[in-house]
Design a protein around this ligand. Structure first.
Ligand code: MN3
Length: 202
C-alpha cells in the first residue's frame, strides 16, 4: 500500500507564487488519485505492493503487462509529486552553493544560463509533462518527460523537477506558463536539490 504524504508545509506557504487553491487541488485531488489508482492496479499483485516506488519506476518492464501502463502513469505520478513537494519551500530565495553550484557551472556556465535553458525546455514541453535537472553519470543535464514518466526509468537521477501539467498552474496563471516558471524559481528548495545530489553521488 502506498500512502499520500502530507505536504511538508501549509497549503498557503508557497503563496503568492503558488496559491493555496492550487495546492489543495494538486495535492488532495491529483496526487491522491495517483496513489489510489496505483494501489488499485497493484491490488492483485502483492509482491509488487511490497516494493518501493523507486524499485517499481526503475523496473516498469517487469510490471505485469495488464497493469503496466496504469502503474507507469500513476506510480510515476506518485513518485514525481512526492518529490515535487519537497523540491519547493516557502520563500527560500536561495541560490545553489557548494558542489551543486560547481556542477551547474560546469554543465551550463553560470546559474542564469542554467535557469534560462531550464525555462526554455519547460516552455517547449508540449501537452502534459515535466522539465528536469538530472544527474546523468557524473554530470548534471536537462531533460523533459511526457505525462508522468520519470528520468529514473531511463537511468537518470532527478535532482529538480517542474510540473508542467495545466493542473499545476492553470487556476492561477491560466495559459501563461512562462509566468508560472518564473515565479517558481522563488520557491525552489536548493537545499533539497543539493541533498539529492549528495545522496546520488555516493
Ligand atoms: Mn501535478
Amino acid at each position: 500500500m502506498f500512502n499520500l504524504p502530507e505536504l511538508p508545509y501549509d497549503y498557503d506557504a508557497l503563496s503568492p507564487f503558488i496559491s493555496s487553491d492550487i495546492q489543495h487541488l494538486h495535492h488532495d485531488k491529483h496526487h491522491r488519485a495517483y496513489v489510489d489508482n496505483l494501489n488499485k492496479a497493484l491490488g492483485s499483485y502483492p509482491e509488487w505492493q511490497k516494493k518501493s516506488i523507486e524499485e517499481i519506476i526503475t523496473s516498469l518492464d517487469q510490471v505485469p503487462e495488464d497493469v503496466r501502463m496504469i502503474v507507469r502513469n500513476n506510480g510515476g505520478g506518485h513518485y514525481n509529486h512526492s518529490m515535487f513537494w519537497e523540491m519547493m519551500a516557502p520563500k527560500m530565495n536561495q541560490e545553489p552553493t557548494g558542489t551543486l553550484l560547481d556542477k551547474l557551472q560546469h554543465g551550463f556556465g553560470d546559474i542564469k544560463t542554467f535557469k534560462d535553458n531550464f525555462g526554455e525546455g519547460a516552455l517547449k514541453v508540449f501537452g502534459s509533462g515535466w522539465q528536469w535537472l538530472v544527474l546523468d553519470g557524473d554530470e548534471v543535464k536537462l531533460m523533459s518527460t511526457p505525462n508522468q514518466d520519470s528520468p529514473l526509468s531511463s537511468g537518470k537521477i532527478p535532482l529538480l523537477g517542474l510540473d508542467l501539467w495545466e493542473h499545476a498552474y492553470y487556476l492561477q496563471y491560466y495559459n501563461k506558463r512562462a509566468d508560472y516558471i518564473e515565479a517558481w524559481w522563488n520557491i525552489v528548495n536548493w537545499d533539497d536539490v543539493a541533498k539529492r545530489l549528495d545522496n546520488s553521488s555516493k
